[in-house]
Design a protein around this ligand. Structure first.
Ligand code: FES
Length: 87
């Protein structure tokens, strides 16, 4: 967790991730449950450098506090945030 006590949510909107579904993640900031909202810091990237070297994982990629989520969906990302916040 960040020093601020916030979870760092890194979204990738690079070409590979975008065409693989990251476009659906654009709304995620509005979909994070209100009780978690002020505990999450969202950052957008143009490439997390995961599309190039991951042989086994698929885009779109998201990082939650450094943990890589592949084939990310809104549900997966919110679940990851929840589990980080609830320890
Ligand atoms: S475009 Fe998303 S990791 Fe490269």
């Amino acid at each position: 967790m960040e020093e601020s006590g916030k979870i760092k949510l890194e979204l990738c909107f690079g070409t590979t991730c975008f065409v693989m579904g990251a476009s659906k993640l654009q709304e995620i900031e509005n979909l994070i449950p209100p009780q978690y909202k002020n505990k999450v810091e969202v950052k957008a990237h143009t490439c997390l450098d995961l599309c190039k070297n991951s042989k086994y994982m698929k885009a779109p990629f998201v990082k939650v506090d450094g943990e890589i989520i592949s084939e990310a969906t809104v549900e997966k990302v919110i679940r990851a945030i929840e589990s980080k916040l609830n320890g």
